[in-house]
Design a protein around this ligand. Structure first.
Ligand code: HEC
Length: 194
């Protein structure tokens, strides 16, 4: 049988694409069993992010009972107005430092408008949580998450997939939490130390 151009599009390409998807999937699950799964957005990462959010909410740093802090003018990419809070929380039995950054934006945002009505301008809560040694040794063992104000995760859309932003976020990629924070002074991945 001679393949016409339309046969090619109707039959050959979809079969090839399916094959590609399955081999990718197979490869990924092998990586997972070898402990080399995707660095972010796995069900474990999402569960960890929820446990971390709960601990931060109990400490009144996020959620409906969040305490007010001192908003300041920020730098990209985090937002026009920011607040940064440092604390220690226990998550899944492990006690570590958490740095919470509240990112404010939207029309009319200013230090005064945020002071008056923080909830109205809160766009994202980005958090770094220092995990147990060995979690991510090259990157100082930080767990990264980008939350919406209600505690659910922001997602990155890639090839039709929605990847939750939690875990070793964008490890090995030229852009994202880890690669940008690697440039922070002192090699601890933290820009604003206080
Ligand atoms: C392009 C660079 C860049 C990217 C990408 C980035 N950050 Fe940051 N981040 C910064 C800078 C710069 C600051 C200090 C900002 C300030 O306080 O004015 C900062 C501050 C923070 C802080 C407060 C602690 C500190 O280092 O000062 C947290 C927490 C944080 N970022 C989390 C995240 C998370 C989580 C992500 C990914 C979802 C992320 N960041 C992505 C540049 C970046």
């Amino acid at each position: 049988m001679k393949l016409t151009r339309s046969d090619w599009y109707r039959v050959v390409l979809p079969v090839a694409a399916l094959f590609g998807v399955f081999s990718l999937y197979g490869c990924q699950s092998t990586m997972r069993t070898m402990g080399m799964g995707p660095p972010m957005g796995s069900p474990d990462d999402v569960a960890d992010s929820q446990a971390l959010w709960k601990a931060l909410a109990n400490a009144d740093l996020v959620g409906p009972g969040a305490v007010k802090d001192k908003p300041y003018t920020g730098t990209p990419p985090h937002g026009k107005i920011l607040e940064t809070l440092h604390t220690t929380v226990t998550v899944n039995g492990y006690k570590g430092t958490a740095i919470v950054k509240r990112n404010y934006g939207g029309p009319g945002v200013s230090i005064n408008s945020v002071k008056a009505n923080p909830k109205r301008y809160l766009k994202a809560v980005t958090v770094m949580f220092k995990r147990e040694a060995g979690y991510d040794p090259e990157d100082k063992d930080w767990f990264w998450a980008k939350y919406k104000p209600d505690g659910s995760l922001h997602v990155k859309e890639k090839m039709g997939m929605k990847i939750p932003l939690a875990g070793r976020v964008a490890k090995g990629k030229p852009e994202g939490c880890i690669s940008c924070h690697r440039g922070a002074p002192g090699g601890d991945f933290v820009f604003a130390s206080n």
